[in-house]
Design a protein around this ligand. Structure first.
Ligand code: PEP
Ligand code: MG
Length: 546
């Protein structure tokens, strides 16, 4: 028997299931306001303690953020507004739920990264009730090698994992950007999320987890284990065996760059031999800010990334606030349709000075470090926007100026848009969303948001041809670049650089080293001719191999 989900951290693991179940608090919980605040303090202190002792950076960050939420005076105030009298309430669950609900709504309405914090609030609420009821949450203690299985794992659960024993993680809920996925990748153990039916397995059942494919095999045979382990080992060996700049088998260069949001990512990129940063997502520095960071603060942050990449290229993307990345001090107005609203470059309509100050900061930081700084603007739609951005950047001495091609309009008119700038980078995440008219964050539409759709591939081809006609380089910095077969197809479509998460780089480099340009071009021609994403992906795998 086998189950399937989304593989989010590659690797093969075999072991007995160890289920983690949550305490269900179905009984009334009597308490006074004083007891509730005391319990909230206990929860915050516990989270702080766990944050301090967490071995994994990402778990430490999540736990500290949760502790901060638990100590937020606004949360205390919201609870105080519901539990007014200093008496023993017969059941505090509804009032606590109400207080948390108001808080959650406010976060959810901000969307994107903020909406993801809603899960953290749920966890804090559960912990608060557990402390009040005297029922301790089950601590995840492992005393033998196991595969940890849960409906969902909280960051606190994952931070407490004993790495000597946790061989893999499989959860029933969650998507590729869930905490489980992020933490598992950080730990380097196989993980699968969104695995339906996983909680039906009894403790002790032996399973094999293939974190690359997203498959769980129940009671695997020795032959099944061996076959998957051999395949995984050869994929890893191929990735490790190729070093140096990206090249196809016939020595055609393909520049391999990494995506980064901060200096830590840039250090990880340097460690895997990235030829530079192909997408520095600067908005990550702005997301939790209530006020605009000063030029000096920005200079410091940009410099830290430049220093990690000294001597190499860093493509800095100007602020892509809005849509799934709202920034409180900029995106204050409610939009019916934020993905089609004022985001990216369009912010110059409502917050023009922010972009100018950011360009000032990038220019200043670029003079302080020996680094090849390129700048590009997100959500450029029409040639006049590209021209205006180029003017502002060049005026500040920034010499390599480009645009992201993320809208069908920019791809269709690529020959005109690129005439205004030096280079372009295809943001295939948004380009796919806009070509397919399907929200990239809506998991119900995940079949429509695959970049393998021929409509997306033809749009990429159109943009690449526009760039080629002008002799301008065009790259890809969306998730598509991290899939080895897709990377080869993109090269066949005319793309000359690929930028991806640092963790994906070695594998893409190893894969490209075994295909030649003629094969990439043949694969590109064939995927352009089919009518579905499945056909395109199937053809690419058949022709290019895995
Ligand atoms: C993209 O849209 O492909 C992209 C790289 O930008 P982001 O994912 O940050 O929107
Ligand atoms: Mg984008």
């Amino acid at each position: 028997m086998s189950l399937s989900g989304i593989g989010v951290s590659p690797g093969i693991a075999v072991g007995p299931v160890r289920r983690v179940t949550r305490v269900r608090l179905s009984e009334p919980i009597p308490a006074s306001p004083r007891a509730v605040f005391k319990a909230l303090d206990v929860v915050a202190a516990d989270l702080e303690r766990r944050a301090e002792s967490a071995d994994i950076d990402v778990a430490r960050d999540v736990l500290s953020a949760q502790a901060m939420i638990a100590r937020d005076p606004a949360l205390v105030e919201a609870i105080g507004a519901r539990l007014l009298d200093d008496i023993e309430y017969p059941d505090v669950r509804p009032d606590i739920a109400d207080a948390f609900a108001g808080f959650k709504e406010a976060l959810a309405s901000l969307g994107g990264y903020f909406a993801e914090r809603v899960a953290d609030l749920d966890e804090i609420g559960d912990r608060l009730l557990a402390v009040l009821s005297g029922k301790a949450e089950e601590e995840l203690t492992l005393d033998a090698p196991s595969i940890v299985v849960a409906e969902d794992l909280t960051p606190a659960d994952t931070a407490a994992l004993d790495l000597n024993f946790a061989r893999a993680l499989v959860v029933g809920e969650g998507g590729p950007t869930s905490h489980t996925a992020i933490v598992a990748r950080g730990l380097g153990i196989p993980a699968i999320v969104g695995c339906d039916g996983i909680m039906d397995l009894a403790d002790g059942t032996v399973i094999m987890v293939d974190g690359r494919e997203g498959t769980v095999i129940v009671d695997p045979t020795e032959g099944e284990v061996q076959a998957r382990e051999t395949r995984e080992a050869s994929l890893r060996a191929r990735a490790a065996s190729v070093v140096g700049p990206g090249r196809l088998a016939d020595r055609t260069p393909v520049t391999l760059l990494a995506n980064a949001g901060n200096a830590q990512d840039a250090v990880a990129a340097a460690a895997v031999g990235a030829e530079g940063i192909g997408l520095f997502r600067t908005e990550l520095l702005f997301l939790d800010r209530r006020d605009e960071p000063t030029v000096d603060e920005q200079v410091e942050l940009y410099r830290s990334v430049f220093e990690a990449m000294a001597g190499r290229r860093v493509v800095v993307r100007t602020l892509d606030a809005g849509s799934d990345k709202p920034v409180p001090f900029i995106n204050a107005i409610h939009e019916e349709n934020p993905a089609l609203g004022v985001r990216g470059w369009r912010l110059t309509r409502t917050a023009d000075g922010v972009l100018n100050r950011q360009l000032d900061a990038i220019a200043l930081a670029s003079r302080e470090v020996n680094v090849d700084v390129w700048v590009m603007a997100p959500m450029i739609d029409i040639p006049s926007e590209a021209a205006e951005f180029a003017h502002r950047a060049r005026e500040r001495g920034l010499r390599r100026v480009g645009v992201m091609v993320e809208t069908p309009a920019a791809a269709i008119l690529a020959d005109k848009v690129l005439a205004e700038v030096d280079f372009a980078s295809l943001g295939t995440n948004d380009l796919t969303q806009y070509v397919m008219a399907a929200d990239r964050l809506d998991s119900r539409l995940s079949d429509l948001t695959s970049s393998w759709h021929p409509a997306v591939l033809r749009t990429i081809k159109m943009a690449a041809s526009g760039a080629e006609g002008l002799g301008r380089p065009i790259g890809v910095c969306g998730e598509a670049a991290a899939n080895p077969q897709m990377a080869a197809v993109l090269v066949g479509l005319g793309v000359s650089s690929l930028s991806m998460a640092p963790s994906a780089l070695s594998e893409v480099r190893g894969y490209l080293a075994q295909v030649d340009l003629a094969t990439c071009i043949r694969a590109a021609e064939q995927v352009l001719a089919v009518s579905s994403a499945d056909e395109a992906e199937g053809i690419a795998y058949d022709l290019l191999g895995s």
